[in-house]
Design a protein around this ligand. Structure first.
Ligand code: BEZ
Ligand code: FE
Length: 300
């Protein structure tokens, strides 16, 4: 819009302080082109002003805050999203997920997406081994993809990604570009899925940037309990982004990103060498994990 055609300012911006200053800034959004934008911005201003007053922010702290956000911006690129990580450790990601996924209790709970998903993962067939060299003990993972009414959802697209037993995702390696512990496959006609991978282990979220500094300053643990990520897509159903967590993990009640839901915890059972559930003969001990996912239909 041309400067001259913008609506004139009808409120004062001079000699303002305290509540008058807050009210004047709020008024600048009264002519917004979208009602939602106006609501979000006015609420943000109200809360930010209240925060500054509440802590009586010093100028030094204000500069530090600006520098902090600047550094978060500088470390963020296509491979690394430090803003999302900040949102995760402040519990904002889970708050947004909870507000937007108030669904039937039968549906599988959603949790954080995290920074380690990669588009274009390799395709596998049901029953394949997606570990592809990931270090760790072999684990057979299987279950069903069902609607909340219990009907099988054939051809559900199941995306899986996980860290190896050293707590690293393939994309974190500086030396190698080998893809491991990730892939996608499709449920069969009866909604069954199965694949081999490795048993997940607990790991720390990336700590070498501004988010790590914040955790350190707060004496907070960076650890996440062992989990496997799943993203399940079925036409006509709400896409499910979730994890399955390992029962008994010591960090289940101190997850750095507040992502654990009791309903997402399941056992990873150890077995001596022998015949696995898919008939494969195992010469080494192995684990099995069984989990069924329930998806919500999209309302028309
Ligand atoms: C993850 O589980 O991959 C993750 C989620 C949030 C922050 C960091 C990592
Ligand atoms: Fe993860």
């Amino acid at each position: 819009m041309d400067q001259d055609t913008k609506k004139p300012i009808t409120y004062g911006t001079r000699n303002l302080a305290d509540e008058d200053l807050t009210q004047a800034v709020l008024a600048t959004f009264e002519n917004s082109s979208s009602e939602r934008f106006q609501k979000v911005m006015q609420s943000l201003v109200r809360h930010l002003h209240a925060f500054v007053k509440d802590v009586e922010l010093t100028e030094e702290e204000w500069f530090k805050g600006i520098d902090y956000l600047t550094r978060i911006g500088h470390i963020t690129d296509d491979q690394r999203q430090e803003f999302v990580l900040l949102s995760d450790i402040l519990g904002i990601s889970m708050l947004v997920i909870d507000i937007n996924n108030k669904q039937s209790p039968e549906a599988t709970a959603s949790t954080v997406f995290g920074p380690f998903f990669v588009e274009g993962s390799p395709r596998f067939a049901n029953g394949d081994d997606i570990a592809n060299g990931a270090s760790g003990e072999p684990c057979f993972m299987h279950g069903h993809v069902l609607s909340i009414a219990g009907e099988p959802l054939p051809d559900a697209r199941i995306e899986i990604w996980q860290a190896d037993d050293n707590g690293f995702y393939d994309v974190q390696s500086q030396e190698s570009s080998q893809v491991y512990g990730r892939g996608h496959l499709y449920a069969d006609e009866a909604g069954n899925y199965s694949f081999w991978s490795v048993r997940p282990e607990a790991y720390p979220i990336p700590e070498d940037g501004p988010v790590g500094e914040l955790l350190e300053a707060a004496n907070r643990s960076p650890m996440r309990p062992a989990h496997v990520h799943f993203m399940i897509k079925v036409p006509g159903y709400k896409t499910l982004i979730t994890h399955v967590f390992k029962e008994g993990d010591q960090y289940l009640d101190s997850d750095a990103v507040f992502g654990v839901r009791s309903s997402l915890i399941t056992s990873f059972d150890r077995h001596e060498p022998g015949i696995a559930p898919d008939g494969k003969k195992m010469d080494v001990p192995f684990y099995t994990m069984h989990y069924d996912f329930f998806l919500m239909p999209i309302k028309e």
